[in-house]
Design a protein around this ligand. Structure first.
Ligand code: ASP
Length: 491
């Protein structure tokens, strides 16, 4: 019997963590006095002390000068760098000495594992652009005749935008209250590019500019996600406006492409247990068990924020806008919500969501056939919230402090767009996070830290995505009834 993927990932994660932590504890420290025969040119002595969060190199040169380089995770020593990566940037020669002559066994194994884990991340990055393009075109062209659906389109999009914005706000509040990236001692503070001195207006305008690529093909080549999403949306909307044979051809091509990209993505995701094992091993072997302190608070932050949105914000909308009993509605939707949780795929759950909305919650098929497929692709409250929290968590780890407000607003804005662009498949949110990291100048490699716990958070956020789509059906149906488009709801 084959073990379900999420169990495989959990086992990979645990194995990586156990091996990494053991290595870190048993072989994380090494003291080396480099023998004369191996000394780099120009040096008369070199000693290297490598330990999980404190690396020190001291040397004397042939002309009698002495030197020292310190890496400490907390940057408490004057002149110290925070990470080995930072040392490699500021003093590449010294980092090379450490690399060649004095790494601890834990660091050697950890860095080898990182190389393999990075291959997995590259594969995910490889499928991101074609997956986004085909998924978005499928979602939008599924609308059919734009003119007759105009009113419903507007109400639906308004609901999507409002709830996603609410979800991101909840996420921002949670991550600023809990500050999960500033709790663990293992979290390396590093100087990244200093936040630019632009005003918020400038920064937001820059994002708007990036949404209008001067050359869409160049945007694709450069993986400029914001430009790609904006152009693809425009392309799909205009395909619907042109309609007829053209729309059918565009849709058929996008569906074919999407099917292939889905197959490819699923094949890559099958490698996730190994990728997670390697990345987890890297993180724990080089940073030690203290890293879990950060991850624990990160997990808690995401879960509390998702719960607040799903159990308070959406039920309030359901109660006061759709005038439905949230408990009864949640009961009606429970098969879809549980399937979303275990499959971590909005798309996979879609047929079940439609069946629940229509048969168990008595919502008109005209609404559900429109709101749900589009919602499965572009309305992802859970993903939007998760992206915002995850990126700000990485930002806290990387900068050793809370990101300034204007950067947080850019994260919020791009998280909204990223959630629109994410496909409704497992781990799509992780792929899309690159957009946001790129927007605020954070290193994509730092995703490695959160990858280990992505699956469990994916299950939670997918349930929230499906719950929001389901609530959207009730809201749009109620608004349509009030506008006189639909007859009263059957009892
Ligand atoms: N798995 C999510 C979904 O299908 C997308 C994500 O990764 O956030 O809705």
């Amino acid at each position: 019997m084959k073990l379900a993927l999420h169990w495989q990932i959990a086992i990979g994660m645990l194995t990586g963590a156990v091996v990494g932590v053991s290595l870190n504890l048993l072989a994380g420290t090494r003291e080396t006095t480099v023998a004369a025969a191996r000394l780099p040119a120009g040096l008369t002595t070199l000693t290297i002390s490598d330990s999980p969060n404190h690396v020190r190199l001291t040397w004397t040169t042939t002309d009698g000068n002495s030197g020292e380089a310190v890496v400490d995770g907390t940057r408490q020593t004057v002149g110290a760098t925070a990470t080995v990566d930072e040392l490699a940037r500021t003093q590449p020669e010294v980092a090379d000495w450490l690399h060649r002559l004095g790494r601890s066994p834990a660091r050697v194994v950890g860095e080898a594992a990182q190389k393999v884990g990075n291959l997995f991340l590259r594969l995910l990055q490889m499928v991101a652009v074609p997956l986004i393009i085909t998924s978005l075109i499928c979602g939008v062209t599924g609308l059919g005749d734009a003119a007759s659906l105009g009113g419903m389109f507007l109400r639906t999009v308004l609901y999507y935008a409002a709830t996603s914005a609410a979800a991101i706000t909840v996420g921002l509040l949670a991550v600023n209250i809990f500050r999960p990236g500033l709790t663990g001692t293992a979290a390396p503070a590093a100087t990244g590019p200093a936040p630019s001195g632009h005003s918020l207006g400038d920064l937001l305008f820059e994002q708007v500019e990036r949404m209008i690529p001067t050359n869409p093909i160049a945007a694709i080549a450069e993986s400029n996600f914001l430009s790609i999403i904006a152009f693809t949306l425009a392309f799909a909307i205009f395909a619907v406006i042109v309609g007829g044979k053209t729309l059918a051809a565009v849709r058929a091509a996008a569906e074919a492409g999407f099917e292939v990209m889905m197959a490819m993505t699923m094949a890559i995701i099958a490698l996730a247990p190994l990728g997670v094992l390697c990345l987890m091993l890297f993180v724990t072997a080089t940073q030690g068990p203290a890293v879990f302190a950060s991850l624990f608070w990160y997990l808690l932050t995401v879960v509390v924020a998702l719960a607040t949105h799903a159990l308070i914000v959406l039920p309030l909308i359901l109660r006061f806008v759709a005038r439905r009993d949230p408990f009864a509605y949640a009961r009606a939707m429970s098969p879809a919500l549980l399937t979303a949780f275990s499959s971590a795929s909005s798309n996979g759950t879609l047929p079940l969501t439609m069946a629940c909305v229509e048969n168990r919650a008595s919502i008109d098929n005209k609404v559900s056939s429109f709101v749900l497929p589009l919602g499965a692709t572009i309305n992802m409250d859970g993903t939007a919230l998760y992206e915002a929290v995850a990126v700000l968590f990485i930002g806290q780890l990387y900068h050793g402090g809370v990101l300034p407000l204007e950067q947080q607003l850019i994260v919020a804005f791009t998280a909204l767009l990223a959630s629109v662009g994410a496909a409704g498949i497992p781990h799509a949110g992780l792929v899309m996070m690159v957009v946001i990291l790129q927007a605020v100048g954070l290193p994509v490699e730092m995703q490695a830290i959160i990858l280990a716990v992505d699956r469990v958070l994916d299950m939670c956020r997918t349930s929230v995505n499906v719950w929001s789509d389901s609530c959207g059906c009730a809201v749009v149906a109620a608004l349509e009834q009030r506008a006189g488009v639909l007859s009263d709801r059957p009892t």
